[in-house]
Write a protein of this length. Structure first.
Length: 167
């Protein structure tokens, strides 16, 4: 019985250490804020590129959610549904920028920002719930730990010694 408890205790301690390292990387080491800053700069560059390519004069601001830190971009600056959502939403007279586009549809600013690598989504209003970056990080580290434990159990566990007839 004590051997079983010590095995589970070791696994629990390993998981806790893994989650502690994820939190240290995110918070005190500042990697979470640096990551969001980089995403914000990339999203602003994408918007500037779209504005330059399409000769847009409307100012469009991009900010990332900071409280809590998340990968969701908050856009502001225009009320034109064609600029915001592209032709998919504009033609169908729908305010939803996440409607399934057809091949002939022209993407809007929302779609260009969402195509930036690492961006989790884009909104025009700062309302609603978002998944915090710390939550995503902890889930990712816990899953990676679980995969590592599973691989270790599958390939490196001690095999039973069989005794008896035809063993």
């Amino acid at each position: 019985m004590t051997r079983l408890m010590s095995r589970w205790l070791k696994l629990l301690i390993g998981l806790l250490v893994t989650l502690l390292l994820a939190w240290l990387s995110y918070g005190p080491m500042g990697r979470g804020a640096a990551y969001v800053d980089r995403l914000e700069a990339d999203a602003r560059a994408a918007v500037a590129q779209v504005r330059e390519r399409n000769h847009l004069t409307a100012p469009i601001a991009v900010e990332m959610n900071r409280n809590p830190l998340s990968r969701v971009a908050v856009l502001s600056g225009t009320n034109d549904p064609l600029l915001r959502c592209g032709t998919a939403s504009f033609i169908r007279d729908n305010g939803d920028c996440h409607i399934a586009p057809r091949e002939s549809d022209v993407p809007g600013i929302t779609q260009y920002v969402e195509e930036v690598p690492g961006i989790g989504g884009a909104r025009w209003e700062p309302t609603g719930r978002v998944m915090p970056l710390l939550g995503e990080l902890l889930i990712m580290f816990a899953l990676a730990y679980g995969v590592g434990v599973g691989i270790g159990w599958l390939f490196f566990r001690p095999r039973r010694v069989r005794t008896g007839y035809l063993s």
